[in-house]
Design a protein around this ligand. Sequence first.
Ligand code: NAD
Length: 364
Amino acid sequence: MRILILGGDGYVGWPMACFLTEKGHDVGIVDCFLRRELVKQVNVESIIPVYDIYQKQSIFKKKYKKALWFKFCNIEREYNKLVDALNEFSPEIIIHLAEIPSAVYSIKNAYTSSFVAKNNIIGTLNLLNAMKRVCGKVHLITLGNVIDDSVDNFGYLTKIYTQRSIELACKMWKFRATTLKTGSIYGTILTDKQLKTRLDVDEFFGTVINRFCAQAVAKLAITPFGKGDRKIAVISLKNVIQAISVIIQNTEKKGVGYCEFNYVDEICDLLTLADRCCAVSKELGIDVKVRCVENPRIENELNWDGFVLNELEKFNYKSSGNMVDELRILIAELLANNKKIQQFSRRLVPEVHWDRRRERVRFL
Ligand SMILES: NC(=O)c1ccc[n+]([C@@H]2O[C@H](COP(=O)([O-])OP(=O)(O)OC[C@H]3O[C@@H](n4cnc5c(N)ncnc54)[C@H](O)[C@@H]3O)[C@@H](O)[C@H]2O)c1
């Protein structure tokens, strides 16, 4: 199938492009490198070096014997270019990942709050309108968050707006769309050096497990927030990619309309996650401790009663692998880039508080 990934230069989008190509699909990418820019803006870098898209395209072609179609387009600012991209690539499926995923960045200051809202909401509205004009019959797939009824930051709130806009478009314009609702994504995918996906571990763009593992490699304490008793949903990058591929395979003949599936590996408290990162680090020769720090966030209670982890079971899909194996791969990759972690080690401890104070969190 012809699959267009919006946000295909990102953490999830890039390995997804490679995976779907391996499965035989024709893949195209639209991106404006916003993630690369924002990461620079907060003075950090991806710990795993990321090649630019043109270098990646050339290695991709050698490896998969197929060209990777790419268009530079900011979907929030360049509506006409987005329309052209849909016309030129003619997708049967669009995977929309072109959003800013960071809760912390969305809370940082007045500028970042409205920047995230504008980017995510208008970008998605542009996409829906461009689809209406060019390709109303494609299947639109997006990644959402499982906790959307107890959202506690501006960034995640934009996700609710965009999901509801997609649902509305399905009703009004007879679109077909599926949202995979998932948790905090961690880990990396082993592949050729030039085709690796980014890995951010700073407080703005690093997800919790990726940050814990980087703290271990930097030989800092691993720092769950508060008492570490908050339970969150987590999933490996590998499993998210596989889950989207399962949606593609099983919804090919589905009619119009909107549907959502929950899919996470597990619900787990922060202290247990920190202990696991600590244990695997020790096994790899890193001596590190877990120490709780004050919680810089003002968070709502999460209620997981009755939550179904894997709604893709109806397609007979069960996830593979386990967290310890994924952590081994992740920590080994981080160790291989230890120099860079040392360079940014100050950035591994949060400073942005939800009440807008800016000071390093203290140990409890
Ligand atoms: N990472 C997670 O833990 C997680 C969890 C649940 C859901 N999600 C969702 O998955 C999606 C992808 O997340 P990610 O972690 O890969 O983020 P990412 O920032 O690495 O990837 C997003 C990509 O989209 C691009 N982009 C953003 N705005 C754009 C615009 N206006 N025009 C063109 N390109 C644009 C960025 O440059 C980037 O390459 C997001 O929608 C996010 O909310 C992520």
